[in-house]
Design a protein. Structure first.
Length: 451
């Protein structure tokens, strides 16, 4: 029994993800795969396009054996904190042989060297960084200069491997494995065909960004039709209601079918036909503005909001006409769009600085939240029960009645936030079919096994 781990968001699950699972299993002779996956809100700052249970099922149907949830406090933050939550979750299982991540670099040598530099086990990074910052160099540039100064063989050419998204995450995974002195070995697979944020497809591969854009285009088109009650559209759909949902769904399938496994697009379409809305930041714009204006006098209490950013956020919340405009108006040389997105969602979700100071100190996660598993996954769960001290959550209701939850304040804080953030997500996800919410909170009623 050789158990491998993967860290992912599967937003949504596409052919590149399937390629990683299949190649990892084959090259490393992996018998069982555990995926640590983001929940309903993701690392770039915003909601997942479809809910965590659907995405977990996509993973199980395409080669994973067990999917666990990265605690929400970590899943919505910087690469460093996201990696910490993911590696902490996998390390807490106490049964993994290795963890595999995709990277643009494709090999571990240079990524591991950078991880050693940043963790202080090689070179004089902190001293060099301080020197550059004293020279009034912006932090991102100063950080890169300090890293490159300590690399053994850096030609200072135009190689931007330090700025590529998957390399950045890979370095943080390696840093966290070092910090924990974990026995889990690292493996990487070169990212295949297309970049993480690319809008251009190659062959049967397309980025999650591009696939989401296709889904959201038709979702927004459908909303416009609903508002206008159009009789005839450019899709040549004429019905008594003004549009033909099946034809629009077929168009979505045509656009994404080539780039995602069969079960992925079937699940996406199934959810759309149930009126479960594919979500984006725009869907939360109203709630975000309410939250900002409600707390306008104390926005600086929220994580990542400092140095006057709170004043700009308050101003733009009033002036902006939508979420993307809000982000664009706040983005600058000092604040990337991803940082702005995360900061804004920290306000919406109520993530305070004092919360994250507590969360950043933990050395192991107190529980493992199971989202999905198959028959082979049950074999991994047995290993976890035998080897791990973490509380295994299959039933959230039972977890809240447990002694661990009642007596461990970190357990309670983290798990309550997982549930709270999920419920915020589902308020919009079920907006067009609120009857589904009458059955109870989705986290408590959704079955987590797909055998």
């Amino acid at each position: 029994m050789k158990i491998g781990g993967i860290i992912a968001e599967y937003n949504p699950f596409h052919n590149g993800h399937k390629y990683q699972i299949d190649r990892y299993r084959k090259t490393e002779d992996i018998s069982h795969i555990v995926v640590a996956m983001s929940g309903n809100f993701v690392q770039r700052g915003g909601p997942a396009i479809t809910d965590k249970f659907s995405r977990a099922e996509m993973a199980i149907r395409n080669g994973a054996d067990l999917v666990i949830e990265i605690p929400a406090y970590f899943a919505t933050q910087t690469a460093e904190l996201y990696a910490r939550g993911a590696i902490l979750s996998l390390d807490s299982l106490k049964c993994l042989d290795s963890v595999c991540f995709g990277s643009e670099e494709g090999t571990l040598e240079k990524l591991r060297e950078v991880a050693m530099i940043l963790s202080g086990t090689k070179g004089s990074y902190e001293k060099d960084l301080s020197k550059y910052l004293d020279e009034k160099i912006a932090f991102p540039i100063a950080r890169e200069k300090a890293i490159r100064k300590n690399l053994a063989n850096d030609s200072n050419d135009k190689n931007d491997f330090l700025n590529l998204s998957n390399n950045i995450l890979g370095i943080e995974y390696l840093k966290e494995l070092m910090r924990l002195n974990s026995t889990i070995e690292a493996r990487t697979i070169k990212r295949f065909a297309v970049e993480h944020t690319s809008s251009v497809a190659e062959g049967d591969f397309s980025s999650a960004t591009s696939i989401r854009s296709s889904i959201l285009y038709y979702k927004n088109y459908l909303e416009v039709l609903e508002k206008m009650k159009t009789i005839e559209t450019d899709l040549k759909t004429v019905t008594n209601n003004g549009y033909n949902l099946d034809l629009i769904v077929e168009k979505i399938v045509d656009d994404i079918k080539k780039y995602v496994p069969t079960f992925s697009y079937e699940k996406i379409i199934e959810n759309i036909k149930k009126d479960l809305i594919p979500l984006e930041g725009e869907d939360f714009h109203g709630e975000i503005c309410y939250s900002i204006l409600r707390d306008e006098a104390c926005l600086e209490k929220y994580f990542e909001i400092k140095d006057g950013l709170e004043n700009s956020i308050r101003k733009q919340a009033i002036l902006s006409s939508g979420f993307e405009e809000l982000v664009s108006n706040l983005t600058s040389k000092s604040y990337s769009s991803s940082k702005i997105r995360r900061s804004i969602f920290n306000i919406l979700l109520g993530i305070k600085k004092e919360d994250m100071e507590i969360i950043k100190q933990i050395k192991e996660v107190p529980y493992i939240r199971v989202l999905a598993f198959n028959k082979k996954g049950t074999e991994v769960l047995k290993q976890i029960k035998n080897k791990s001290n973490a509380f295994l959550i299959n039933s959230p209701a039972k977890a809240r009645n447990s002694k661990d939850y009642k007596e461990d304040p970190i357990f309670k804080k983290m798990f309550d936030f997982d549930i709270c953030s999920s419920n915020i997500y589902y308020q919009n996800y079920y907006k067009n079919n609120r009857d589904l919410l009458s059955k109870g909170e989705p986290d408590f009623i959704t079955q987590c096994s797909f055998l």
